[in-house]
Design a protein around this ligand. Sequence first.
Ligand SMILES: Cc1cc2nc3c(=O)[nH]c(=O)nc-3n(C[C@H](O)[C@H](O)[C@H](O)COP(=O)(O)OP(=O)(O)OC[C@H]3O[C@@H](n4cnc5c(N)ncnc54)[C@H](O)[C@@H]3O)c2cc1C
Length: 396
Amino acid sequence: MRIKPEFSFDNLKIAFAHLKITDLKRMQKLYRLMNYPFLVMTGVFLTKTFFQFGLSVKEPLKRTVFKQFCGGESFETCQKTINKLGSYGVSSILDYSVEGKEEENIFEATMMEILNTIQKTGKNPLLPFAVFKVSGIASTSIMAKVQTNGILFPEEEKQFDAARARFFLLCKAAANSGVKLMVDGEESWFQDITDSWMLEAMKLYNKKEAILYNTFQMYRTNMEERLKDAHKKAVTGGFYLGAKLVRGAYMEKERKNARRMGYTDPIHSTKEATDNAYNNALNFCVKNIQQISLVSGSHNELSNKKLAELIDLHGFERSDVRFYFSQLYGMGDHISFNLAKAGFNVAKYLPYGPVREVLPYLGRRIKENSGISGQISREQILVKKEIFRRKNLKIA
Ligand SMILES: Cc1cc2nc3c(=O)[nH]c(=O)nc-3n(C[C@H](O)[C@H](O)[C@H](O)COP(=O)(O)OP(=O)(O)OC[C@H]3O[C@@H](n4cnc5c(N)ncnc54)[C@H](O)[C@@H]3O)c2cc1C
């Protein structure tokens, strides 16, 4: 039997080999700033206001948070990063991160850009998946209305049909070129529409293998049940289930909306309950891997370790393409690079788009990495340790 290499998320040398000391110092400065919630909130507010009044703060943003969490403004500017990550065994997932618009011409333009990423993905082995958000190609207010059985005006109906057509066109384009395509999970008040479209598309295109992947946000109380139900449908319908697991990024917004509208909070009441649901879902997917292909999107060390152990325990090859670990660019490097070095499949989301348009995405990353979330990331400590380690060894 082949010996599988041990790995540890504490191996700083592997975790940060792709970064120069200047990168690490820039990250350290950024983390320091992000640890002041008041400063972060003021910064986010001022940035939005400046953009609204046509004042450009693009350059300072580009040199700081954008550089940390995004690959570039266009696909072409991401290429260097894709190659760099690839040389350490880490793949990329191009993520055109424009979201939250409500105009038809922007939806069309976004769809064209996603088609472009699907095409680029098909041509580059360092890009194992393409991804998109339905909010980039569809009006979420109309989707929300449909989800609650609201009556659409004729114009809204036309827009809804056009959005659905865009969705299926993307799925078809991916299937025709054999490119694996993931759809992100978003807010619960329109997610049911995405889920039903996705199920329909998987039935059509996942007959021979999982080409399309839906997202399961495990912070939602009904998600374990939904995952099992989707699996059952795949078994009875004779198709493969592509499942991307995440905990979920919209907790505050979800809780606030539930309070405001007076319905039961759809999110688990504790972090522990979300963690349990996530880890149960990992177990479920590995146990049913004959019918499921899994992408685990998480920066949680225990969940990543758990999946790695499950893969080994069940005797699967670490390079089995039905298992992928995924982290976001600029985050979780100690996890990504150590897992990749140990032979597991790892792909990082590489967001790109015009600086102004990726602000909602950047806002979420800033909150996650700042004192606002109360979770000063372990990564910040690791970066500090790595700077110290290199200084001692006099490594640039
Ligand atoms: C590759 C990748 C793709 C992603 N795609 C999506 C996506 O499509 N849709 C999406 O919504 N998010 C997505 N995310 C973000 C993800 O949902 C999480 O917000 C983020 O990764 C933090 O969770 P974690 O698993 O890394 O670990 P942790 O840091 O251990 O967990 C933090 C998460 O736990 C949950 N949580 C925290 N406190 C509580 C509480 N008190 N009660 C209940 N739950 C709590 C929240 O979901 C919070 O985000 C993605 C993340 C990655 C890495």
